[in-house]
Design a protein around this ligand. Structure first.
Ligand code: ADE
Length: 252
């Protein structure tokens, strides 16, 4: 196995880069791909940057140029359900592009000429990722998070959820917008900007993939407040701890 690990933001991969053994970095298409061993797993880490095109290009090159056999995406998301709280983790069972709309030629959300609205993630890899996330929340989170941040963001009882994540080239920052998406997609758990693009690429190339998102906000008018602080002090620790647990699981 060669595992591709994609994140949208620098803060989420910094720790992984530092943990990598024998790291070498190759630049291609305005991105740095760092290859090496992560807890005995042959891995390639890369920042996609933000948005579906950026993520699709990154996933494609990971497979076609860097030979990864599996892809995991780590990042943050806005909540798409009242039971999904800031500080929870969502592991995707399926992903959908919420800004895909080729009506009246095709039904809303359907990716034209695939017949699909939803792309299912790889079940075995997603099980391992959800298990790794759960292990992190149960035993590691309290050790690595600053108690002040636990208090500030209300991270007392974080949980792992599994279900539908929707992606689009929009930061959702209004209650009206997220409510309108929820009305159209009742089983929505989280909104972000890359996962469904990686899903479509992996589906088309036949590569197993999984997506984890730490919920950073409620996709409402307060979504951008404290966003970078959350990424730096919380989501970066979640991503590091979960990927480490995942590599331990995959290597054993
Ligand atoms: N990533 C994190 N929060 C988000 C939001 N509210 N909308 C889109 N992507 C996000």
């Amino acid at each position: 196995m060669r595992l591709g690990i994609i994140s949208a933001l620098h803060e989420e991969q910094q720790g992984l880069m530092e943990a990598m053994q024998g790291a070498t970095t190759l630049s291609h298409g305005m991105r740095d791909y760092t290859l090496g061993l992560l807890w005995n797993i042959d891995a390639v880490c890369v920042l996609s940057r933000i948005g579906k095109v950026a993520a699709a290009m990154t996933a494609t090159l990971l497979v076609e140029k860097f030979g990864v056999t599996h892809i995991v995406f780590t990042g943050v998301a806005g909540s798409g359900d009242k039971l999904v709280k800031v500080g929870d983790i969502v592991v995707a069972e399926a992903l959908l592009q919420h800004d895909m709309d080729a009506r009246p030629l095709f039904p809303r959300f359907e990716v034209p000429l695939t017949g699909l609205q939803r792309f299912a993630s790889d079940l075995p890899l997603s099980e391992q990722l959800a298990g790794a996330a759960d292990d992190f929340l149960r035993s590691d989170a309290r050790l690595v998070l600053d108690p002040l941040e636990i208090q500030a963001f209300g991270l007392q009882q974080p949980r792992v959820h599994r279900g539908l994540i929707a992606s689009g080239d929009q930061f959702i920052g209004s209650a009206a917008h997220v409510n309108q998406l929820k009305a159209a997609i009742p089983d929505l758990l989280a909104v972000e900007m890359e996962g469904a693009a990686v899903a479509q690429v992996c589906f088309e190339l036949g590569v197993p993939y999984a997506v984890m998102r730490t919920v950073s906000d409620n996709a409402n008018e307060e979504a951008a407040v404290d966003f970078m602080r959350f990424v730096q002090s919380v989501a970066s620790r979640y991503a590091f701890g979960t990927i480490r647990n995942l590599c331990w699981r995959l290597a054993s």
